[in-house]
Design a protein around this ligand. Structure first.
Ligand code: SR1
Ligand code: MG
Length: 406
């Protein structure tokens, strides 16, 4: 009989006991200390350290409801998905994801590498840190995990098995509501709209029927286009960084969906960092350096994605018909079109939806925050309604410049 034979939500003492009983990581005379460090919307994350040897690991456990809102019930199967996705992605991109050591189906826990020497990218960006390798690393991650898990590279049956393995109905439903529905109507009255822009949100989002039509098209693409094993929640809170290293984690929203969903999430969250820097950095030269780096990073991610896609495709394409002249280019155009639309969708939902982002909510000056939020919404609408026009990195920056009046 073990305390861990039946599921319950652990506290720090339980996490220490769990480490001793279930893991073969620490010495018998280890002096273990545990801290709960989770700051996401859903899960509990324990860091266990042996103060004698400094050896440490992470135990991530899922509860049956969201931390951000206990009324939101979520399947604990998401931990299995996270473990299996990280294992699969390790084969595709090696060191760009944390190592996973154990999945415990009873406790809905996953044990993984401790990356406490890294910083959560959103925190780093809010402190206006620059990460010179990021565009290179994330473009490799995107191409290898997305194209590498798609029907371009997998045989017919293997791909269907993967689609089935990573079916993720409850987490997808969260995105279907929070990203593709509620920002346009607030049907569940849980949107978080900054008071000074309420009227603007009413006219630009809730009342814009043409926009709703374009969003509906994207929503049905998200629900029905099983293109690749996507991360599903690739914002800057799902990325750990140092100036030399990038680690993409937390793929609990993963499923077979459109590739552009991941790329668009990365681009949108970099725009939030741009608006934070532009609104809060006082020193003009520092501001230019930081926002200029974000602009180059956005441009480089799209352009590097295109280059690496081309190379990866040529080396790995299996399907006979996918080798037809012109198909590779056509397929890329669709991915970039989806990317633009999702950039817009993520920008809107993080400004007005249930789950906001600190980059924007931490802008203390009310007028600057209102301007940043309105500009994000207007840019986002362009990305959604003119999604076919974003086929290179510069086009994303051109929209930024247009709406900030440069
Ligand atoms: C109820 S969960 C709210 C948001 O947090 C996650 O990180 C996802 O982005 C989700 O939409
Ligand atoms: Mg998360």
């Amino acid at each position: 009989m073990s305390k861990f034979d039946n599921y319950f939500l652990m506290n720090t003492d339980d996490a220490i006991l769990y480490s001793k009983e279930k893991l073969n990581v620490f010495d018998e005379n280890a002096n273990l200390e545990a801290t709960e460090i989770g700051d996401g919307n859903l899960n509990y994350v324990f860091r266990i350290v042996d103060t004698n040897s400094n050896k440490s690991i992470i135990i991530k456990q899922s509860g049956d409801s969201a931390r951000i809102d206990p009324n939101i019930k979520v399947s604990t199967d998401r931990t299995r998905i996270e473990f299996q996705v990280l294992s699969r992605q390790a084969e595709l991109v090696g060191k760009l994801v944390p190592k996973v050591y154990l999945y415990d189906a009873i406790m809905s826990a996953c044990v993984m590498e401790d990356l406490s020497d890294h910083t959560m990218m959103r925190t780093g960006l809010i402190n206006h840190q620059i990460y010179p390798n990021f565009a290179e690393d994330i473009s490799t991650f995107l191409v290898n995990t997305l194209v590498g898990s798609s029907a371009i590279c997998l045989d017919y049956k293997a791909k269907k098995v993967e689609v089935q393995q990573f079916i993720n109905p409850e987490l997808c439903e969260i995105s279907e509501l929070l990203v593709f529905t509620e920002p346009y109507n607030d049907i569940f009255k849980r949107n978080n709209v900054f008071e000074p822009i309420k009227d603007f949100v009413q006219s630009e989002l809730y009342d814009d029927i043409n926009l709703h039509l374009e969003v509906a098209k994207c929503k049905f693409d998200f629900m029905n286009h099983a293109q690749a094993l996507i991360h599903g929640d690739l914002h800057t809170g799902s990325i750990l960084v140092t100036p030399q290293s990038t680690k993409i984690f937390d793929p609990e929203f993963a499923f077979y969906g459109p590739m552009g969903y991941d790329i668009g999430n990365v681009i949108a969250n970099l725009f939030f960092a741009w608006f934070n820097g532009s609104s809060t950095i006082i020193d003009e030269a520092k501001k230019q350096e930081f926002t200029g780096w974000i602009e180059n990073t956005i441009t480089n991610i799209i352009n590097l994605f295109k280059q690496k896609y081309d190379d990866f495709y040529n080396k790995n394409v299996l399907d006979k018909m996918a080798k037809t002249e012109g198909f590779k280019e056509w397929y890329l155009e669709q991915i970039l079109t989806d990317t633009a639309a999702v950039t817009g969708l993520e920008m809107i939902r993080r400004i007005v939806g249930l789950a906001n982002v600190k980059d924007i909510t931490s802008i203390a000056d009310e007028n600057l925050r209102s301007t940043a939020e309105k500009t994000c919404i207007l840019m986002a609408k362009q990305f959604i309604t003119n999604k076919t026009n974003y086929q290179d990195g510069q086009s994303f920056i051109d929209t930024l410049k247009k709406y900030i009046g440069e």
